[in-house]
Design a protein around this ligand. Structure first.
Ligand SMILES: NC(=O)c1ccc[n+]([C@@H]2O[C@H](COP(=O)([O-])OP(=O)(O)OC[C@H]3O[C@@H](n4cnc5c(N)ncnc54)[C@H](O)[C@@H]3O)[C@@H](O)[C@H]2O)c1
Ligand SMILES: O=c1ccn([C@@H]2O[C@H](COP(=O)(O)OP(=O)(O)O[C@H]3O[C@H](CO)[C@@H](O)[C@H](O)[C@H]3O)[C@@H](O)[C@H]2O)c(=O)[nH]1
Length: 480
């Protein structure tokens, strides 16, 4: 029986390994983590992450061929294939701070593998890492390994939050990079055989190591660039009377461009896009390519601009003062169907509103109050000026209340900001909400999910990103 061990039981390690176990009953999969609470949660009724379909898959395999354990050394030693799916955040200090990937967790994992291994291993980079990381890992393993053979593969993950299980069941592609030596090719085949249990062969792409590592960063950069492109257009739409949805539709009909990922929004969030682009920028700079670095940096700058533009729109529409006004925040996670708040645009938008002394009443169907409060009070790295002590933090707990339904959040509010596209927000009783709010009652839709005409008929002043402006907003002072 092939034995797989995955180091890192997070958003990627957990779901990915659960699907491998589910699709390959003849393979034993153990997911290990340094966080005991996380492992306990994986072994409980309340899984540590929310993903549609995940619970079902886990329950079908857990205790049969899928195990979660904190005994890292024991399971690493026994495994044939070791996936490393630890976090690779942006470095916050030292060389490359604000851009480079922090590989501390990765290096710790690699050293542990070298220490405890007594037989040949295939080590798979599942985390997103800078190009050439495999070379560094190879050095750590071979210099500490008492002659044991290690093959390093790059097998980046492309799942998206909220659709992880579907993405893993039906991936557009599985990418495997390996050394072009007989042993390297043998290792690639061993991993390919795992995925071949359910992924059609033509969707399993095999490349050299560096192409696989770079393709992951490139894919995220291309995706984020599409969003920044459409968000940049949204500002121009508002200035000219064009409608960004019509523009996206017309542009996306070109088969060379395609319709996906052209939804204008308050900005992209999530743990990957910003981190991976900054990582790419750093790699370009290290390779003497400042023009290429600046090109990609602009994707993040436009994203920051979009969030600031949204906040300024709210403040300027409300006579430049929101001090002590109640503002309802609907949605805090970085997208619907996930409780993940990493880099969610809601953090920056809420902080912007709090700085103008608003009173926020926040509701999200999946994010717990503790998480929201931590996110809003945590110091946040200013990626452009990482050396500054100004990595801003915010703490004014009395300005924030976190509530358990949308009607509670909106009752008595001067304005509503929709920051996540949860389906339930489309079906709210907006007449009831309007009747509970003082006049003028505003809705700022950062996800373009409401029926603007219907809400204007009720009496709301509605702002939708990139849509023709409400007559009320036309003469308000320009934003950023
Ligand atoms: N979240 C996503 O949707 C996504 C998608 C594709 C790729 N990725 C990449 O996958 C990697 C993991 O992301 P994630 O979202 O799962 O992170 P995560 O923070 O949710 O999980 C990482 C886990 O690794 C554990 N860990 C860290 N060091 C360890 C060690 N030495 N030994 C054992 N456990 C250790 C942590 O305790 C944590 O539970 C990152 O490189 C990320 O960029 C993430
Ligand atoms: O048209 C769009 C599409 C997305 N978004 C936003 O973009 C962010 C990221 O969304 P998405 O890409 O769907 O989720 P992630 O979980 O961040 O997934 C991305 O990042 C992962 C981690 O690397 C990759 O594996 C995935 O392929 C890649 O899509 C979210 O805030 C979305 O609301 C938009 O604003 N407009």
């Amino acid at each position: 029986m092939v034995k797989i061990c995955c180091i890192g039981a997070g958003y990627v390690g957990g779901p990915t390994m659960a699907v491998i176990a589910y699709k390959c009953p003849s393979v034993e999969v153990v997911v290990v983590d340094i966080s005991k609470p996380r492992i306990n949660a994986w072994n409980s009724e309340q899984l540590p992450i929310y993903e549609p379909g995940l619970e079902d898959v886990v329950k079908k395999c857990r205790g049969k061929n899928l195990f979660f354990s904190a005994e890292i050394e024991k399971h690493v030693a026994k495994a044939d294939i070791i996936f490393v799916s630890v976090n690779t955040p942006t470095k916050t200090q030292g060389l490359g701070a604000g851009k480079a990937a922090d590989l501390t967790y990765w290096e710790t994992a690699a050293r542990l593998i070298a220490d405890v291994s007594k037989s040949a291993k295939i080590v798979v980079e599942k985390s997103t890492v800078p190009v050439k990381t495999a070379e560094a890992i190879e050095k750590i393993l071979t210099h500490n390994s008492k002659g044991i053979s290690f093959q390093i593969l790059s097998n980046p993950e492309f799942l998206a939050g909220g659709t992880a299980i579907n993405d893993l069941f039906n991936p557009d592609r599985v990418l495997i990079g390996g050394r072009e030596t007989p042993d390297g090719m043998k290792a690639v085949k061993a991993l390919k055989d795992i995925y071949a249990h359910w992924v059609p062969e033509e969707r399993i792409i095999c490349t050299n190591l560096w192409s696989a590592e770079l393709s992951k960063l490139a894919a995220n950069a291309f995706l984020a660039q599409r969003i920044s492109s459409v968000n940049a257009m949204s500002a121009l739409c508002e200035a000219t009377g064009a409608d960004v949805s019509e523009v996206s539709n017309a542009v996306g009909k070109d088969t060379r461009i395609g319709p996906k990922f052209l939804n204008s929004s308050v900005g992209f969030g999530g743990s990957c896009f910003q981190k991976d682009i900054l990582n790419l920028v750093y790699i370009c700079e290290c390779n003497g390519l400042p023009q290429v670095a600046n090109y990609w940096k602009q994707v993040i700058k436009v994203n920051d601009y979009q969030k600031t533009r949204f906040v300024n729109r709210v403040v300027s529409s409300m006579f430049n003062t929101i001090a002590n006004k109640k503002i309802a925040i609907l949605g805090f996670s970085f997208k619907k169907d996930t409780g993940d708040t990493r880099e969610t645009p809601a953090i920056d938008v809420c902080r912007g509103l709090l700085r103008d002394e608003a009173q926020l009443s926040i509701y999200d169907p999946q994010v717990p109050e503790r998480q929201i409060r931590d996110d809003l009070s945590m110091r946040k790295l200013d990626w452009e000026h990482p050396g500054h002590a100004s990595s801003v933090s915010f703490s004014a707990p009395e300005q924030i209340s976190v509530v358990t339904d949308a009607y509670q959040a909106t009752e008595g509010a001067h304005a509503i900001c929709i920051l996540t596209e949860w389906d339930e927000f489309r079906f709210l009783d907006f007449q009831r909400i309007y009747d509970s709010m003082p006049n003028p009652a505003y809705i700022f839709d950062g996800r373009n999910i409401v029926d603007v005409e219907k809400l204007r008929k009720i009496g709301f002043i509605v702002y939708s990103i990139g849509k023709p402006l409400d007559p009320w907003l036309v003469d308000m002072p320009a934003v950023v």
